[in-house]
Ligand binder design. Sequence first.
Ligand code: UD1
Ligand code: CA
Length: 491
Amino acid sequence: MADQDAEKRVAAVVIMAAGAGTRMKSAIPKVLHRIAGRSMIGLAIDTADALSPERLVVVVGHQRELVAEHLADVAPHVTVAVQERQLGTGDAVRAGLAALPGIAGEIVVTSGDVPLLAPETLLDLVAAHREGANAVTILTAVVPDPTGYGRVIRDGEQVLRIVEQSDATDAELDLAEINAGIYVFDAGTLTEGLSALQAKNAQGELYLTDVIAHARDAGHRVGARVVADYLQTEGVNDRVQLAERAAELNRRILTRWMRDGVTVVDPATTWVHAGVDLAEDVTLLPGTSLEGATSVARGATIGPETTLIDVEVGENARVLRTHAELVVIGPGATIGPFSYLRPGTELAENVHIGAFVETKKAVIGEGAKVPHLTYCGDAVVGAGSNIGAGTIFANYDGIGKHTSTVGEHSFVGSDSVLVAPVHIADGAYVAAGSTITGNVGPGELAVARGQQRNIRGWVARKRPGTRSADAAAAALASTETTEQQTEEAGE
Ligand code: UD1
Ligand code: CA
């Protein structure tokens, strides 16, 4: 095939997505259900985009407002066509063509509920269509269980017609080659075939597949391209299939990453969304879920039991039992176990965030540590600072949120409360247990707590006869003995 030909763009792709998807038993339209972090219609559009079609049309019908709203959001380049009533796949494509007046050339038709279809398969289908000089080329597969699909009736290389499950004879039902519901049509042949459709079949629908027999009768060539990897052609009709396709797509995504140098310790419990980017020598431990636009740089280890949503992880970082969303984790940072990083958290190189620490809109400088039991919200912490166990950045005054800042190489003692907005300067210390309501200057120690007072004999007077009183009496007696002995020794 000539290069020029390979680069030729198809005139249009029409994606059918108007069906009710009744078996999903869902308040949301079938094609909006998600797989690998994308809606099924979003995946179908990605695949169609690989053909760089001149026009991309999505046919919507059932709950069309919801689908159209989603399309405006994720794929503003598509044209939305409306099929008023779901009269069958032939009628769906008619509705699609109504948005493409005067169209000529190649029209690819696909479905919004075939999430595993790979771009290469669609490119191969178009190539086969051109090589065969066909008027119609259909994608087919030989499947272990063809029940429910249209069967391909052939005459050698050429396809004579497609017969639907409910219209087929017993002999036809034995055929294992199925119509995947994905086609390339010459626009003229398609338009003619659609105008001749009649709903004379068991389902009383206008079948797109009847265009094939019509094209044959008109003397056109109808070819087929068999896809060996038949799982690509499987659709989603209910939630069981949704889970099966999701698991299969996940397996495929993980396989690709493993071939690209990522270690996945347990593929069965590791989930990676389609939009995630991983570098070589990343290690994913069991129970890891990487979602949205998450990226992980070389040498980083994620998991076990970690969910990262739109997170950027730097080289050699270690993220252990953590939940994070919209966060930047710097190179060499060590996070977790049991850390909760919320949107707006930006951790520089070698930061350490430890157990039961929650951060939100927190910008933390190089090498700073927040090791234990801390809430760090609306905070800026300078490089090399240490935030002691149990520190709270009290950022909310009941009306608004305020930011507190800690300078570089500062030390905030355990169990401190920083009541925002306050500024702890570079090289300053805050004594443990302080409630800080005013700024602390460079190198100053802030102590903001009650003075310690020890009341002698309190336990003996107020808790007489308790184990505490006994223990105290024994300790006091032995201290006196030691003091006496020391005196006697003349030291
Ligand atoms: C169709 C094919 C069948 C093929 C199978 C592959 C026909 C008549 N049959 O059958 O040969 O094996 O796909 O999965 O085409 N849709 C609309 N409007 C409608 C009806 C359907 O937009 O009025 C959309 C659906 O949302 C779906 C696609 O078209 O995305 C296929 O419809 P579906 O009812 O699943 O087709 P099948 O009966 O499975
Ligand atoms: Ca149907």
